[in-house]
Design a protein around this ligand. Structure first.
Ligand SMILES: [Fe+2]
Length: 324
């Protein structure tokens, strides 16, 4: 199928948190984002000139509310909307009031068949006059989001066949690491199979190996639980550290990622699903890795994922997220 629109990049992630003040402090003081806006609806944080790269909403259950992708142009946005409507996907305009609050010119939302997660396509988010000033870490960008879903084939099939995502590496029926074509980053979104639908982790890319090393000590000092790493992923060779936010949702810092040319990109690689693929340095995810984070699906209620134990070193749908 011809995809009549092009992505610019992963723009932002919206998370539901149970204690706004506690989570705002965590993402500001320990992760290193800066607060750009707050009101009675949300707290907006950024790691760039954008108005927001992370938006926190108060909720009784922690989880992921939506994922925002920026398209290349207003024309792409219109074409994407027509394309989705032709596929009989319900598309909802973001209200003028919400667009104003989010400092965005144009956006629409829809639910991804399979998991029901809300995706937002937008253009023209406000470019702030003051540059982002790194504090505890030199964050380069919001890197990627990883989800576990029960209907893996339907979700990945829709993303690749209908929404233009390209698979960079994969384990059949188990994991797909996808770039938002033609964005060059190896993956902005990864889908893993799971016993239920939930957030696996949110990633922020950093600029320096010291950012990863210092984070380990900063998190330990603040009694933040480290759930994997520091280590180096075998497929991407990126150096990583995963830790838990105050609601026990998994957050990642990583350094380095393969980039793909728009034309002539290598084919997707088939990855061996074994623990040795996860970390060249030999660490293994703890049982708390990638477990917490309900996917908000509107009126449909999904039980939050259960933090059941996982034998160390055993590759499961959740720990396979540690490939990414
Ligand atoms: Fe990751």
């Amino acid at each position: 199928m011809d995809i009549p629109f092009r992505y610019r990049r992963l723009g932002y992630v919206a998370l539901n948190v149970t204690d706004m003040e506690r989570s705002t402090a965590f993402y500001r003081d320990l992760v290193g984002l800066s607060v750009s806006d707050q009101n009675d609806q949300f707290v907006a944080l950024r790691c760039s000139r954008d108005h927001h790269n992370l938006v926190l909403y108060r909720d009784t259950t922690p989880g992921i509310k939506r994922i925002g992708f920026e398209l290349e142009s207003t024309g792409d946005l219109a074409a994407a909307r027509r394309h989705l409507e032709s596929l009989e996907i319900a598309v909802e305009s973001v209200t003028p009031e919400e667009l104003k609050a989010l400092r965005t010119v144009s956006a629409f939302r829809f639910r991804l068949p399979g998991s029901g997660i809300c995706l937002e396509f937008f253009v023209q988010m406000m470019h702030l006059a003051q540059a982002y000033e790194p504090s505890v870490a030199k964050i380069e960008r919001l890197g990627h989001v990883v989800l576990n879903v029960t209907d893996f084939d339907k979700t990945v099939g829709f993303l690749t066949e209908k929404l233009g995502f390209r698979i960079s590496d994969f384990v059949p029926g188990f994991a797909a690491f996808m770039r938002a074509f033609p964005n060059p980053l190896h993956h902005s979104l990864a889908i893993l199979t799971g016993a239920d639908d939930h957030l696996n982790h949110v990633n922020f890319m950093v600029k320096d190996v010291d950012d990863v090393g210092r984070a380990m000590n900063r998190m330990k000092k603040a009694e933040v639980e480290i759930v994997f790493g520091p280590g180096r992923h075998q497929p991407s060779e990126s150096i990583f550290l995963y830790f838990l936010d105050p609601d026990r949702m998994t957050v990642e810092y990583s350094l380095g990622m393969e980039t793909f040319p728009e034309a002539g990109a290598r084919e997707a690689r088939l990855l061996e699903p074994v623990p040795g693929t996860l970390d060249l340095w030999g660490s293994v995810p703890t049982p708390a890795f990638g477990k917490i984070g309900r996917i908000e699906t509107g009126p449909r209620t999904i039980e939050p994922s259960k933090a059941t134990g996982t034998p160390l070193g055993q590759l499961t749908p959740e720990t396979s997220g540690a490939l990414a």
